[in-house]
Design a protein around this ligand. Structure first.
Ligand code: AHR
Length: 653
């Protein structure tokens, strides 16, 4: 034998011995299905932050369509003679409108234009539905002609339609306009072409491909996550900066034209990302949230104010920032009426409204959240009153309480103690932490008490450091996504106590963000699925029906030497699913034995891996994406190599 060949043999043998020595043996008790996994296990949390609703998921393209922003013409440019009025309005709860008067000279124009939210995004060939409520301003007036135009980013009209107003009573007028080009920052213009002064209100423009008023592409981004639970409408906006601006669901239902405007608590929160034009039109309201839940197959989880204005923004000693317990009844009625709106028969007051809005069938609401992330004694004192009345009238509805804004500490411990005392069904925990924290805390729920309330991880996300000056989507890099994926093996391993979990926040407009990272970024035409989105999707589509015990040398796999793993059975699809994260910067070899099974017939691996700093952007949406390949099984085992910094989902049948 030649010297070279001998050396190469020795080397190969040594390498293979080293590799074998490092092969880690994971055992899955595949023959012993454990506790059921809740269908609600992985889901989404929606809040109107980062222009997530108006300017985002809600497809309305006109900003301040009802002229109700405190500066009534905010969002509008006017030319010629345009005035704001409120005499005999079209809609009682949105009483302002504009009157356009002829300029008095045939060469001069009167009218107004709107640039939407960071410009209007138009798609070539797409039709846009234009709506306006109008009447002649003058009782003796005969007619007025209005011209509505879609205008491109060079100020050139792309399409126009003329409407004739010939009545001094309010009527709805519609027209369809077609975009001739695709562009991000177009606008819409309205001229008074001729005739008498005219009053206009609720000036609206929707792309024709909207789904019940929502942006079709963003709805698809949600649907593809296969979420089990849908928490809405927030977050801090539930509480409001003050009680008057809390989210009142009753204002968000009924005809959209008459849903009163509310300010958005996020318009002035971050001075460096100030959006004084951020309001809630409630066009995306509770009816739409319920419809959307149904569409994406998720159980609805509405959250209501407990009578405390945002505790971050107020002093607990300020009596104006919370409702006295004796005065809570209207707030409790809101909760009881909401359950009736969602589930009540069409003969009830609120069930009838649901039916009138187009959904006679109940929405099958099963749980309700009371309070967002509240802390201290003010909270349980008030929550107790809600619980008493909700339990008495709707004993089957589950109640979700809060453990406050932090993952640990005195407020957190106090919150949990009180939630146990009050016997809520679920406790909402929030944690925005570093990737290191997520990796260290994969065992967080291993020792949680199995008695009493279950866990709802209602807001969480790994926040990477030092990305301040980088592009908007950079905070959603693979480092954060991998840490979340590894941590989530711990949610899955504890699915007998963790009943649901939702990443936060969900959406951000690339020009309108205030908070990051976020699960889905978008501009006026496109959206991008972040690496974190792919992690959520992999869990959501592979959640299984029953827990399976997975161990290495008899102990859970929760970070030792960079390995994280959990396993589930999907009884319906007849699949065994193993999720494994490798946080080391070297590959690891793993043997996964599915004890109790004889032979695996088919196996595949879906792999998500990238450089830690990699992310997806609107221009490069596919940088980080999972890939799936078939793999071969050896009897009831899989022998696999996990690349450095990777997350894999193994599905065997
Ligand atoms: O998700 C953003 C905010 O974070 C939520 O509104 C609030 O609940 C939390 O503090």
């Amino acid at each position: 034998m030649k010297r070279n060949t001998i050396w190469s043999l020795i080397l190969t043998t040594a390498l293979s011995l080293t590799a074998n020595a490092q092969t880690r043996e994971l055992t899955v008790e595949a023959g012993k299905p454990g506790a059921p996994i809740q269908p609600t296990m992985y889901g989404i949390f929606f809040e109107d932050i980062n222009f997530g609703a108006d300017g985002g998921l809600y497809a309305e393209m006109v900003q301040n369509r009802s002229f109700e922003f405190p500066q009534h013409l905010m969002g509008w440019n006017t030319f010629g003679k345009v005035a704001v009025n409120d005499y005999e309005p079209a809609f009682k709860r949105n009483p302002h409108y504009v009157t356009i008067t002829p300029s008095g000279h045939r060469e001069k124009q009167s009218g107004l234009e709107n640039r939407g939210f960071f410009g209007m995004g138009f798609k070539k060939g797409m039709k846009y539905d234009f709506t306006v409520y109008a009447r002649l301003n003058n009782l003796q007036g005969k007619q007025a002609k209005l011209r509505a135009e879609l205008v491109d980013d060079n100020d050139v009209p792309m399409d126009k339609q003329t409407l004739t107003v010939a009545d001094n009573k309010w009527h709805k007028y519609t027209a369809t306009l077609t975009a001739r080009q695709t562009l991000q920052k177009g606008l819409m213009r309205i001229f008074l072409e001729g005739g008498e002064p005219v009053d206009l209100d609720f000036v609206s423009l929707f792309p024709e491909d909207n789904w019940h008023g929502l942006r079709a592409d963003l709805v698809k981004d949600l649907e593809d996550l296969h979420p089990g639970i849908f928490r809405f409408p927030g977050g801090c906006i539930v509480e409001g900066t003050d009680l008057a601006t809390r989210y009142e669901w009753k204002n968000s239902v009924g005809c959209p034209e008459d849903r009163p405007l509310n300010e958005n608590r996020w318009n002035y929160t971050f001075a460096h990302r100030l959006f004084p034009n951020y309001y809630q039109s409630y066009g995306l309201g509770f009816y739409e949230y319920f419809l959307l839940s149904e569409k994406i197959g998720a159980e609805p989880l509405p959250v209501l104010s407990v009578g405390l204005a945002c505790q971050y923004q107020n002093d607990d000693n300020d009596i104006n920032a919370h409702v006295a317990v004796k005065d809570l009844q209207p707030y409790i009625d809101d909760a009881l009426d909401l359950i009736e709106f969602a589930n009540g028969s069409v003969n009830t007051k609120w069930g009838k409204l649901r039916a009138d809005m187009g959904h006679p069938k109940p929405f099958n609401l099963k749980q309700i959240g009371i309070g967002n992330e509240q802390w201290g004694p003010l909270y349980p004192e008030r929550l107790a009153e809600f619980i008493k009345q909700i339990r008495a009238k709707y004993p089957d509805i589950k109640i979700c309480g809060s453990a406050g804004p932090l993952a640990e500490g005195d407020n957190f411990d106090y919150g949990w103690k009180e939630m146990r005392r009050l016997n809520v069904d679920l406790v909402d925990e929030h944690y925005y932490k570093s990737p290191e924290w997520f990796l260290k805390n994969a065992g967080r729920y291993d020792n949680y008490s199995r008695k009493g309330p279950k866990v709802f991880a209602g807001e969480y996300a790994a926040h990477v450091n030092k990305r301040g000056d980088q592009p908007t989507t950079a905070m959603n890099d693979f480092e954060a996504a991998l840490a979340e994926a590894c941590f989530m093996t711990g949610l899955e391993r504890n699915a007998d106590v963790v009943y649901q979990a939702t990443y936060a926040p969900l959406f951000a407009h690339v020009e309108g963000w205030q908070w990051r990272p976020d699960l889905i970024w978008f501009d006026n035409l496109r959206s991008v699925r972040t690496p974190n989105w792919y992690v959520q999707m992999l869990y959501g589509t592979n959640k299984g029906t029953n827990m399976l015990k997975l161990t290495e040398n008899g102990t859970p796999v929760e970070g030792k030497n960079g390995l994280y793993a959990s396993a589930v059975l999907d009884k319906i699809k007849r699949q065994y699913i193993v999720k494994v994260g490798n946080s080391l910067d070297r590959q690891q070899t793993v043997s996964i034995q599915l004890k109790g099974l004889k032979k695996l017939t088919a196996a595949r691996q879906t792999l998500l891996t990238a450089k830690l700093t990699d992310n997806n952007s609107l221009d490069h949406p596919d940088n980080v994406k999972p890939v799936t390949q078939d793999i071969t099984a050896n009897g009831n085992s899989l022998s696999v190599t996990l690349p450095a910094k990777s997350f894999s989902v193994f599905i065997v049948e």
